[in-house]
Every structure is written in C-alpha cells, then in structure tokens.
Design a binder for this molecule. Sequence first.
Ligand SMILES: NC(=O)c1ccc[n+]([C@@H]2O[C@H](COP(=O)([O-])OP(=O)(O)OC[C@H]3O[C@@H](n4cnc5c(N)ncnc54)[C@H](O)[C@@H]3O)[C@@H](O)[C@H]2O)c1
Length: 457
Amino acid sequence: MSEQNFDIVVLGGGSAGYAAAIRAVELGLTAAVIEKDKLGGTCLHRGCIPTKALLHAAEVAEVSKDAAKYGIKAAFDGIDMSGVAAYREGIVSSKWKGLQGLLKARGIPVIEGEGRLVAANAVQVGDDRYVGKNIVLATGSYSKSLPGLDIGGRVITSEHALELDFVPKKVAVLGGGVIGVEFASVWRSFGAEVTIIEALPHLVPNEDESVSKQLERAFRKRGIEYSLGVRFQSVTQNDQGVVVTLENGQTYEAELLLVAVGRGPVTENLGYEEVGVTLDRGFVPTNERLETNVPGIYAVGDIVPGLQLAHRSYQQGIFVAEEIAGLSPIIVEDVNIPKITYCEPEIASVGYTEAKAAEKFGADQVSAFDYNLAGNGKSSILGTTGSVKVVRVNDGPIVGVHIIAGRAGELIAEAQLAVNWEAYPEDIAPFIHAHPTQGEAFGEAVLKLAGKPLHAI
Ligand SMILES: NC(=O)c1ccc[n+]([C@@H]2O[C@H](COP(=O)([O-])OP(=O)(O)OC[C@H]3O[C@@H](n4cnc5c(N)ncnc54)[C@H](O)[C@@H]3O)[C@@H](O)[C@H]2O)c1
C-alpha cells in the first residue's frame, strides 16, 4: 500500500473535477485527480460534445434538404450513421487528447481507478491511498429512469441513443426537457417519426412560456409530435418494438423508447455517508462556499443540487480551488447562468423568465419586449425564425433574456453580461449592434425598452 499527499485530492475527472485541479495548480497548490473511466466525464464522452456533433450533422442534413431554396443544386440522399459516428468520435477523441495534454502540462497526476472516500482527508484506489488537506467530490451524474421502468433492450437512455448505428423509423421520447427535445430534433432531421411525451403542460418547461410555445409550433411544423400534460404509465417491448401507454389510456407504438426524465447524482457506494457527508436524495448539499457538512470536503458539479450544466461545473471547480487557496471568489447564482438547448430552432436563456420576474418583483414592476426575428435581416438570410425577449424591472436593470433562433446559443453571451452586470436597457442602447447580424435583435429589443425603437413598433 502506498500513500501520497496533496493539497487537494479530486474524486472524479469530469468538467467540475478537472477545472478544480487546473485552477488549484495555477494557484501554487498540488492536486491529483482520480478517474475510473475517462478524463472529461459525461460532457466530453457521453454528453455535450458528442450530442452537439450529432446535432450539427442533423443541421447539415437539413441544409442539404433545403439547398434548392438557395439556388444550390444538391440532393439529400440519406444518412450514413457510420460516417456520423466517425465524425463524432473524431471530435471527442481530439478534445480528449487535448484535455489530457492540459493536465499533463500542469503536472497534475490523473490516477486511473475507482476511488472511495475512506476518511475526511483520504481517498483510496485499490491498495493506494491519496491524502488531501482538502477533498473535492466531483463524481457527476447518470441518466435516471422512473420507478418500475427498466432500461434495456428497446428502452434506452441518451448514452445508448448516442451510440445507435441506425436511424430508427419511429421513436417515442419520454420527457420533453433538454435531452428529450435535442434527440427528437436530431432523429427528425435524420428522417425518423418522433413523438415526445411530457408530463408538464409545455416542452422545455423551465424556459419562458413564449419560447416553449414557439418551439412547440416549430416542432409541429417539422413533423415532431408531442403529448403534453400527460404522464407515462407503462411500456411493453418485443422483437419488433415498444408499446408505450400513458396515464390517459393513449398508446404509442415505436421502435425505441428514449427515457429522458432527468439525471441523478452518482454518490452511492463511494464512502460518502460512512465518512459523515450528509446526502439529500442522493445529492450533496453544501454551504455557499461549496463545502459539505464535513469540514475540508467540498462538492462540485452535478452532485450539487441545482442546474446540471458543464459550464456551471467549471465555475464551481474554479471557485472551490480559489476558496481553498484563500482567495475570496464570487459565484454566479444558478438563475444567472446561461442555458442552451441545441434543438432546431435553438434556445438560449439567462436570468428570470417573464413569469418568474413577475413573481419576484411584482407583475406591475416588470416589462418585457419580444422582438420577432422576422424583422431581422440576417435571420431572413439564414432562413431562421424566432424571437429575442428581454425582461426588465421597470426603470431598472435587465433581469432576463430568452432567445429562440438558429444558433441562439452564440447570441447569449452578451445577454449574460447584461444580466450579470445588472445593465439597464438605457446603458446598452447607445452601443449600436453590427449590421447585419442576428445580434441586432437583442439591440432592437433593448432600444425599444429604452424608449427609442428603430426596427420595432
Ligand atoms: N444543452 C444542455 O445544456 C444539456 C443537454 C443535455 C442535458 N443537459 C442537462 O442534463 C440534465 C438532464 O436532462 P433531461 O432532459 O433528462 O432532464 P430535464 O429535467 O431537462 O427534463 C426531464 C423532463 O421529463 C419530464 N418527465 C418526468 N417524469 C415524467 C413522466 N413520468 N412522464 C412524462 N414526462 C416526465 C419532466 O417534466 C421534464 O420536463 C438536465 O439538467 C439538463 O439541463 C443539458
């Protein structure tokens, strides 16, 4: 048995864990990362990166189907899933190599193996013990299912969906949240018939209602079906496919059922509770400094209650390293972290929805302007529709921005600054936006809220 000592021992080498180690070493501390699978975790290997590669392939399929609209002679001749897989795997493996290089260049050891918390200052891997003045738990999340709904065969999660080597003819998607609508969008572009089942009254129910409604219209137009406000009851499967039954008695036949009802924390059988770390429904509650109830043990990423996003994980990893190094870092609240859903059309948002802002500040204290992209030249050129909604406190700052448009995700950075810096529309209005860009839509909404509309009424 060997023992090695570090300032910080990080359990889990995903976005949160490796960010903590990198920042710690930049600050002159020593850190080691323990990883049982591959450095980069869910985001790099099973989540953000490979799914966005699939979504880009889907976009290329749509563009090639639409080529004639632009006077281009091209014919869409189907999807070669082995080609899609090669493209996707190529991106993942190059990012993986890059990440390994980043940690190596900083001298951060990555210990391969399954770690277990064995004391408030130690993680064990096989016979070896890694002792840290501080421990950072960063063990991530897994695709959840519903009680009584077993994953297997034709009932799959996003991990399996990513690896499919064929395009299903007909798919049922359980859950109209982020993962559900992203896969529905890909499969539809690849030619599948898709039905989404969502228990709440709207798709992407955490977004501003106006955005959900626009997505529903756009999906309907694309031929994506959905049942809203109805819960799943049961599924049966055989060699041909699945039959899904809903609580209202409706049934759907499909080749596959994708279960996308959320992700649960990976915290079981890792020694957390034995060492005294309190869990709450499997998640690890922390104080505002991200420290658990056991002094010196911190938690970051998807195991911490709240948004499960890679960039929140980066933020938390950096934060914890700075906290341990004795700096006084600040952390952005979940509500002010930008969120992007990469379906077609794409959705991006930051801050309060109009309804949540009304709840928080009072309905008569909030104004919103929803700029329709029909008035935006670049959007017409790109053939995208949608809108940019800006929510402000009356005579006060911008508190929310909600975008639905092709490439909406690339438009959210400016809105994120406005919301986090509590900018007033009047502050931003003088900074005219470059023309023609989709970014002008945010500028137009801001001009309107500042009382000087240009291309809006
Ligand atoms: N682009 C991105 O940033 C991205 C991509 C993928 C995943 N993620 C994150 O991963 C996490 C998991 O994503 P997800 O889409 O699985 O979860 P989610 O929470 O976004 O959506 C799950 C949906 O399933 C519905 N649901 C739950 N039980 C149901 C039932 N019995 N019948 C019908 N519908 C039911 C819920 O109402 C909800 O809308 C999320 O936190 C998400 O933000 C983010």
